[in-house]
Design a protein around this ligand. Structure first.
Ligand SMILES: [Zn+2]
Length: 352
């Protein structure tokens, strides 16, 4: 138990840096007013000179002039001007809104960061507060309000979002009318192995080796390197890590220092819960991809903190990041109480 706690502590300490790093906000190059053309209705800056002046300054600074000037009209009646978010990737658009307001043309934002990177959700519209969660590239989240905050890449606009509750910089999110992908409610969870594949549970729930605390409800499947891992239910790829490759010291099993370097895939399901598939040799899905139950998400391996080829699988609450508290996971295709024990051999009924 003491060992487990220290492993968790290490994972949190190191993982927080290696896996959830915010894109280098201060050095991110602004791509300039992409929203401009879609918000050409114009409309005055009803908030008056101050906002106008700020808009001009922004335009001069990074060239997203259309984004800044065009979107003002929509919010004119509020006297605040500037949804700005439509030009969110443009530095200048950020100077549009002078205060928090919700406008109909920006009900949601879509996150735009490098593949594999995550965007931090902050408790206040500034990069100084500890992140309360993260979002992945392509995530679409509701917008509660648009507010001004710390300039990120010259963009001072931030979006207040409900889940995870906090703020994200408009330097990495743009207004969208698109709906987030909807995962169908799963008809229960099935084993993460191809239909007909058998495997032994090397460690079940409440396992004495490492399945305690956050990983209390985890399962380790003893399977050969390269065994296809499949989705336990329909879902959407929410997080992944695939940077540990051949030649890496944490590729073929490693000690606790390798904890942050396990390749993994995390899916989000229709019931709002997550499932994780860890120690993968290869990841074969991309962020935001919709996957059907039984479809391959990667190949098993021994990456990260691992003593040999196996797959670590668990179901988790969605806490806004890739690693959350595990929750009970029952497999439809396992008999009895649907909770296989350590040493039990199971055969996948995860069939089309
Ligand atoms: Zn495990």
């Amino acid at each position: 138990m003491r060992t487990q706690l220290s492993i968790l502590a290490l994972g949190l300490a190191v993982g927080g840096c290696a896996l959830e790093s915010e894109p280098d906000a201060k050095h991110e190059t602004s791509t300039g007013g992409t929203g401009g053309s879609s918000v050409s209705t114009g409309g005055g800056w009803s908030s008056g000179g101050a906002a106008g002046a700020a808009g001009s300054a922004g335009a001069a600074g990074s060239g997203g002039a259309a984004g800044a000037a065009g979107s003002g009209g929509a919010a004119g009646d509020t006297g605040i001007g500037g949804t700005g978010g439509t030009g969110a990737t443009g530095g200048s658009s950020s100077t549009g809104g002078t205060g928090g307001t919700k406008t109909n043309d920006c009900p949601r934002v879509e996150v735009s960061v490098a593949a594999g990177a995550t965007l931090n959700v902050r408790p206040t519209p500034a990069t100084s507060g500890a992140a309360v969660g993260t979002l992945a590239n392509g995530d679409i989240v509701d917008v509660l309000a648009q507010v001004q905050g710390e300039a990120v890449s010259g963009n001072t606009l931030w979006f207040q979002i409900p889940t995870p509750k906090g703020y994200i910089s408009a330097a990495f999110a743009s207004c969208t009318l698109k709906q987030p992908p909807v995962a169908t409610t799963p008809d229960g969870y099935y084993l993460p192995l191809k239909c007909g594949t058998s495997a032994k549970i090397a460690q079940g729930n409440d396992g004495s080796f490492s399945h305690q605390g956050k990983a209390f409800y985890a399962y380790d499947f003893s399977i050969p390197l390269g065994t296809p891992m499949v989705a336990m239910a329909d879902g959407v790829v929410k997080y992944l890590y695939d940077k540990t490759g051949p030649g890496d010291p944490c590729y073929n099993g490693g000690g606790s220092s390798c904890y942050p370097y396990a390749n993994y895939v995390v899916l989000k399901h229709g019931d709002g819960k997550l499932t994780t598939y860890k120690h993968l040799n290869k990841v074969s899905v991309t962020l935001g991809q919709k996957v059907k139950r039984g479809s391959v998400i990667g190949l098993s391996g021994s990456t990260g903190y691992s003593t040999g080829p196996h797959a670590h699988v668990m179901r988790m609450d969605d806490c806004g990041q890739y690693s959350c508290q595990s929750i009970p996971l029952k497999f439809v295709d396992v008999g009895g109480d649907h909770v296989p024990n350590t040493g039990q051999v199971v055969t996948s009924g995860n069939c089309p």
